[in-house]
Design a protein. Structure first.
Lengths: 183, 309
C-alpha cells in the first residue's frame, strides 16, 4: 500500500498562491513599506512564487524581498549529530520600520519561526512582522506562534510528514502527506 | 556531509580536503553575519571557551576572542605571564584546573611544538591550536587560503610563494599542507639558512632569487623575520636581508603582471615588506584579518557541533 496521500493538487496549489497574493494586496496596498522575507531553505521558493503572482496581479514590479538563513539562531545546536549546514542569506533591503512578511512552507512546531524572528531582528527593528505559511500543521505547536496567512491547514499526527513539491523538471506543484512506514 | 572528520583542530595535516571546504563554506556565512548591523548570533550561548596563551599574541588572540563573543560563547582568558605557570604548574594541571570550571573548548598557543596534540590526548575538551612553536598555526593557514579563494576565485591551480623565515615559521608549515590539499602549487623563497630540511619531503621547491619567485607566482605570502626565535645569526644584517629579499614597489613594477601580496602580520615595515606595497591595492593584508574572524567563527561552530551534550 502506498503511504502517500496527495492533499493539494496542482490546480488547488495555483489557486492557493493566487488567494494568498490577493490577501497580501488587501493588507499591504502598494507594498512600498513592505518586504517579503523567505526563510531558508524552503520558504525561498514559496516567496519567489508569491512574488511572481503579486507582480502579475498587482502590476507592481518593485516589491522588496529577501531571504533569511536561520541556522545560527536555531535552538537545537549541539542536540543533533552534526551542525546544520548554513544557507545563503540575502537581506539587502533594509527592514528598519518596514512591514515584514516572513514566509515559510510548513509551520509545525513554530521553532523555526522563533529562530527566524531572532535572525530577522539582527537586521534592525521592523514596524510589524507577519507570517505566511503554505501549510499550517495545527496539532503540534511548541511555541505560541500563529500564522497570519495560511494556504491550507492540515491536521496530521507527529509521525506523518508533509512534503511540498514545487514545479520542476521531475515534479509538478503538489503537496503530499507521507505516512510513516511502520504504521 | 556537514561534519568535520576531526574533534580538535591541531593542524592542517590532520584535516581532509572536504573538511577545509566545509570550513570555507561555513566561513562564507559568518562573513555575511559579521557585516550585518547586529553582528552577533546566539549559537554557542551554552558553550564556554578558554583562551590559553602561553606566548605573546595580539592579533590571533583578539580575533579568537571576538569570534567567540560574536558566537555568544562565554570566554575566559589566560596568559602565562600572569599565572601559576610561573610558579611551576604543569600544562596538564593548569588545563585540568580550568576544565574543572566546566570549559568545553580550549584555544591554545604554546611555544612548544606538539603542545596542542599533547593536550588533546590528555584532557577532555575540544582543542584548537592557535600556534604551537614552529609547528603549526592552522587557523592562519585556513584564513590565508580563504583569502586567496576570495580574491582569485579559487585556490586550486594557483601558484603561491612563501617568502622569508620558513625555518621558524608555523604559518609556513600549515600553509604548505593547506595549499597542497586544496590543489595549489607552493614554493618558498629566502636565504638557504632559513630553509627547513623537511622541504624536500613535502615537495616544496626553493627559490633563492626573489625576482624569479615573484615572476613565477600568482600570490606572494611574505613572512615576518622572527628575530625573537633566532638564537644564532642566519643572515648578516636586517638591512642586507631587506636589500636582497625585501618586497617593494620598485620590484613589483618590474613584473609584467599583478600579484597578490599577503602577510600574516605583524609586519616589520621596511624589512620584509615596504610600506609602498603593504598599503597598496596589491595587498590583501587587512582582508586577511577580517577573514580570520569569519574562519575562526566557522571552526569553533563546527567543532562545538561535535561536542557531546
Amino acid at each position: 500500500m502506498k503511504n502517500e496521500k496527495q492533499i493539494v493538487t496542482t490546480k488547488q496549489f495555483g489557486i492557493m498562491i493566487e488567494r494568498l497574493a490577493h490577501q497580501l494586496i488587501e493588507n499591504h496596498k502598494d507594498f512600498s513599506e513592505t518586504i517579503l522575507v523567505g526563510v531558508q531553505p524552503r520558504g525561498v521558493e514559496f516567496t519567489r512564487r508569491v512574488l511572481e503572482k503579486l507582480t502579475e496581479v498587482s502590476e507592481n514590479k518593485e516589491i522588496n524581498s529577501g531571504s533569511l538563513d536561520i541556522t545560527f539562531f536555531r535552538d537545537d545546536f549541539g542536540r543533533r549529530d552534526a551542525p546544520i549546514e548554513a544557507q545563503e542569506l540575502d537581506m539587502n533591503a533594509s527592514i528598519e520600520d518596514k512591514n515584514v512578511v516572513l514566509i515559510d512552507d510548513v509551520l509545525f512546531t513554530g521553532r523555526s519561526i522563533r529562530s527566524a524572528l531572532d535572525a530577522l531582528m539582527s537586521f534592525g527593528r521592523p514596524k510589524q512582522v507577519e507570517l505566511m505559511v503554505l501549510i499550517d500543521r495545527r496539532l503540534k505547536r511548541d511555541l505560541p506562534i500563529q500564522p497570519n496567512y495560511v494556504g491550507k491547514t492540515v491536521e496530521s499526527i507527529l509521525s506523518e510528514r508533509v512534503i511540498v513539491k514545487w514545479n520542476s523538471e521531475d515534479s509538478e506543484d503538489e503537496i503530499i502527506l507521507l505516512k510513516s512506514e511502520n504504521e | 556531509m556537514n561534519k568535520l572528520s576531526v574533534d580538535h583542530l591541531l593542524g592542517i595535516k590532520n584535516l581532509k580536503k572536504k573538511d577545509i571546504e566545509l570550513i570555507f563554506k561555513t566561513s562564507d556565512n559568518f562573513k555575511r553575519i559579521i557585516n550585518q548591523p547586529i553582528k552577533k548570533v546566539p549559537t554557542l550561548r551554552d558553550i564556554t571557551i578558554a583562551n590559553l596563551f602561553f606566548e605573546n599574541s595580539t592579533r590571533t588572540r583578539l580575533s579568537f576572542e571576538l569570534a567567540e563573543k560574536r558566537l555568544s560563547a562565554d570566554v575566559v582568558n589566560f596568559s602565562s605571564s600572569s599565572s601559576s605557570v610561573k610558579k611551576g604548574e604543569t600544562l596538564i594541571d593548569t588545563v585540568n584546573n580550568i576544565l574543572s570550571m566546566k570549559v568545553d573548548m580550549v584555544v591554545m598557543r604554546h611555544p612548544n611544538p606538539g603542545a596542542a596534540e599533547f593536550l588533546s590526548r590528555n584532557v577532555n575538551a575540544s582543542i584548537i591550536n592557535a600556534g604551537d612553536g614552529s609547528h603549526e598555526h592552522p587557523t592562519q593557514a585556513l584564513l590565508d587560503s580563504y583569502s586567496i579563494r576570495e580574491k582569485l576565485g579559487s585556490v586550486a591551480g594557483r601558484k603561491v610563494v612563501i617568502i622569508g623565515d620558513i625555518l621558524h615559521s608555523r604559518v609556513a608549515l600549515s600553509n604548505f599542507h593547506c595549499l597542497q590539499k586544496l590543489g595549489a602549487e607552493v614554493r618558498v623563497c629566502g636565504p638557504s639558512t632559513l630553509m627547513p630540511r623537511y622541504l624536500d619531503s613535502l615537495g616544496v621547491k626553493h627559490f633563492t632569487d626573489i625576482k624569479e619567485a615573484l615572476i613565477w607566482c600568482d600570490v606572494a605570502n611574505i613572512l615576518r623575520i622572527q628575530l625573537e626565535r633566532q638564537d644564532v645569526k642566519y643572515f648578516p644584517s636586517l638591512r642586507e636581508y631587506s636589500m636582497v629579499y625585501g618586497v617593494n614597489k620598485g620590484l613589483l613594477d618590474t613584473l609584467d603582471k599583478e600579484i597578490v601580496v599577503m602577510h600574516p602580520g605583524p609586519i616589520n615595515r621596511g624589512v620584509e615588506l615596504n610600506s609602498d606595497v603593504a598599503d597598496s591595492q596589491h595587498s590583501i593584508i587587512l582582508d586577511q584579518v577580517e577573514n580570520g574572524l569569519a574562519v575562526r567563527m566557522a571552526v569553533m561552530y563546527l567543532l562545538a557541533g561535535k561536542l557531546k551534550k
